[in-house]
Design a protein around this ligand. Structure first.
Ligand code: PQQ
Length: 676
């Protein structure tokens, strides 16, 4: 109770000045990316490259979460605020790992399909005694930091006909809570909204793409953007896309906030805007006035997006000397595989260099336009896009250490080839269209032939001034965690294969590691309590890749691991993963396999993966189930028990005969791949 009172008390002091003042010491971790610039650079040096071998477990905390955990733990005066899947908020005593309070917004679990990418949440914001969380179902909720009791709640969804969600962490700039939404894979029009932190009153909303041109444009920025869209396919009916589902940064001196805007809805530009065009402000960084939400400038990283190349990846604001001149820049590594340095005063392009192999563009010209390759927009062929739609870098935070001058970037490739679906119509829900049965609208087929590119995951140390890799560490798989860098010359990162690792920030040498029971995707934080430096990581495998894939044989519930020098707490036990024994003996009619394949693609594949081929992630692969489950598949598909864990109810969407066809596909695939 004492810690609770103290925590509530200290959180009461958190405001803009406090967040800025904390930059000098970084003893607290009060905001998603540590500070407004989101550097994730901690000045703490008690743990350093010389003593990190002594790092040991201080405590663990069970988040009681079986889906992806993506939150960075915030810590103010010894109280940790962290979220688990389904937007559940936990307040924890950072000295002991004891629970202070839990707030469950009680998101309807059977609506998990309304998000593309797992029922995840990237964390909370703190401001003047309140904790803010965006619930998966689109509610923005203010809690009393001391008690976890709800103070206000707002529905952020502009139009409930579309599948809007929230997965990102809110930010608070100048007393306004700012939040964007997810939904562009389904057909949605992106926007961000600012609410008064005290009252929840809506202050402004800024759409990222134009709406129906027969209605007045909301502002000049929308009128200007509309000129870059072809209206012949009525792009507004499927929203146009541009959801701002993750990154937001703020420069108090310039009084500008920056928004990373997402991909087009649908992905295929031929369907979205048949005559082409840049389709502003998709895949752009946009600067807004935080007081009014007025557009100031933009820089578009992927004009005419056609590959799900979001620019929602975490930004960092840094002050660098470039060509002898001090520059205020934004560092950005969006999905499209190029590392950007942009002038944050005016949006001017400074440089871009690919940080992984790419095949959609050769590079950028001096005006900051990509030089696309001839193969990037094929009409009739599948395109093995490198990077693929999972991105060369996704939402996994990068960090910037001003002492080494390096950015620590979780980079990857996940192969997926794309092909235009010529017969796509909005909400057409045709068998064979990826996930269209649950509302997806990409207008692209995926993997009609197996991609030839190979997956990888790596940690890259990138010099943003020279635009050059300085060192790298190869991981066993893509989809590794975000990074933290410290004045102790360290970089921390969790990995898909269930480890938490410290590297020498200058050389990349691995100095220390600890198992984490399950794969890690979130980013760590570090902070001081009672004179001791702690490092915490919220482990919990999932996110979009982690639904159907994994890189570990062990699995545990979402867990916060907290480390301290000479810590000696006991590791929790992890359970064995789903066994990889192919399902056998389910009766089916082989003639049903083609139709079953198409139904599986449009309803099941993104979560369950390809039976017996993918390994299963935080959702089981159906190719390895006990045959009894597949025999009785209809019991799961129609109002089944997994609804309480996020499975949709397919009543009215699929028929019992459809389910028989899906069973034929599952057992047929297992039989086809079983070694003879
Ligand atoms: N979310 C993840 C994740 O949490 O693992 C990965 C992705 C999202 C993507 O790769 C996306 O493209 C994506 N797109 C949207 C969108 O278009 O609105 C939303 C989200 C999200 O909210 O999580 C993701």
């Amino acid at each position: 109770a004492a810690a609770q009172a103290a925590g509530g008390g200290a959180a009461a002091q958190v405001d803009g000045e406090w967040i800025q003042a904390n930059r000098a010491t970084t003893e607290q971790w009060p905001s998603y990316g540590l500070d407004y610039a989101e550097t994730r650079f901690s000045r703490l040096g008690q743990i350093d490259a010389g003593n990190v071998q002594r790092l040991g477990l201080a405590w663990t905390y069970d988040l009681q979460s079986t889906r992806g955990v993506e939150a960075t733990p915030l810590v103010v005066d010894g109280v940790m605020y962290v979220t688990a899947s389904w937007s559940v908020v936990h307040a924890i005593d950072a000295r002991t790992g004891r629970k202070l309070w839990v707030f469950d917004p009680e998101v309807d679990r059977s609506k998990g399909y309304k998000g593309c990418c797992d029922a995840v949440n990237r964390g909370v914001a703190i401001w003047k005694g309140k904790v803010f969380v965006g619930a998966f179902d689109g509610r923005l909720i203010a809690l009393d930091a001391a008690t976890g009791k709800k103070v206000w709640e707002k529905d952020t969804i502009a139009d409930h006909r579309f599948s809007y969600t929230i997965t990102g962490a809110p930010r608070v700039f100048k007393g306004k809570v700012i939040i964007g939404n997810g939904g562009a894979e389904f057909g949605a029009r992106g926007y961000i909204t600012a609410y008064d932190a005290e009252t929840g009153e809506q202050k402004w909303r800024w759409f990222t793409v134009p709406g129906d041109p027969s209605k007045p444009y909301e502002n000049e920025a929308m009128a200007a953007a509309a000129k870059t869209w072809d209206p012949s396919n009525k792009y507004w009916e499927s929203g146009g896309g541009g959801t701002a589902w993750d990154t937001l940064t703020f420069d108090p001196e310039l009084n500008l906030m920056y928004v990373g805007v997402g991909n087009g809805s649908p992905w295929s530009q031929r369907k979205r805007s048949p005559k082409g065009g840049d389709n502003l402000y998709l895949a752009s960084i946009v600067a807004l006035d935080p007081d009014t939400g007025t557009y100031k400038w933009h820089y578009q990283e992927t004009p005419g997006d056609n590959w799900d190349y979001t620019s929602t990846q975490p930004m960092i604001l840094a002050d660098l000397k470039i060509a002898g001149k001090p520059r205020k820049v934004i560092l950005h590594a969006p999905k499209n595989g190029f590392f950007f340095v942009i002038d944050r005063t005016n949006g001017q392009f400074i440089s871009a260099q690919n940080f992984v192999p790419v095949n959609w563009a050769k590079g950028y010209d001096k005006n900051g336009r990509p030089i696309e390759t001839a193969m990037a927009r094929p009409k009739d062929k599948p395109f093995d896009a490198i990077p693929g739609p999972f991105g060369a870098h996704n939402w996994h935070s990068m960090s910037f250490n001003p002492q080494t001058g390096l950015v620590y970037l979780p980079a990857q490739h996940i192969p997926l080839n794309l092909m235009d679906n010529k017969t796509w119509t909005f909400n057409g829900n045709k068998p064979g269209e990826p996930m269209s049965g649950v509302g997806w609208n990409t207008a692209m087929f995926a993997n009609v032939e197996p991609p030839k590119s190979k997956p990888f995951g790596r940690l890259i140390a990138w010099d943003p001034v020279r635009q050059k890799e300085v060192w790298r560490q190869e991981h066993v798989s893509p989809w590794n965690g975000g990074t933290l860098t410290t004045a102790g010359n360290l970089v921390f990162q969790g990995t898909a294969d269930g480890r938490f690792i410290a590297y020498d920030a200058r050389t990349g040498k691995q100095l220390w590691q600890s198992p984490t029971g399950t794969g890690v995707i979130a980013a760590p934080s570090t902070y001081m309590v009672d004179g001791k430096q702690y490092v915490s990581i919220a482990a919990g495998w999932g996110g979009v890749y982690g639904l159907s894939q994994r890189a570990t044989e062990r699995v545990g519930p979402g867990t916060v691991y907290t480390f301290v020098l000479d810590g000696d707490a006991k590791m929790p036990e992890a359970a064995a993963q789903q066994a990889q024994k192919l399902v056998q003996g389910v009766k089916y009619d082989p003639a049903d396999i083609p139709a079953g394949t198409a139904l599986y693609v449009s309803n099941c594949v993104f979560c369950h993966g390809v039976p017996g081929v993918d390994r299963g992630g935080n959702i089981p692969n159906l190719g390895y189930m006990d045959p009894a489950y597949i025999e009785h598949l209809q019991n799961f598909v129609f109002k089944g028990p997994a609804m309480s864990r996020g499975m949709p109810d397919f009543t009215g969407k699929l028929t019992p005969a459809d389910v028989d066809k899906i069973k034929a596909f599952i057992q047929g695939t297992a039989d086809a791949i079983r070694p003879k």
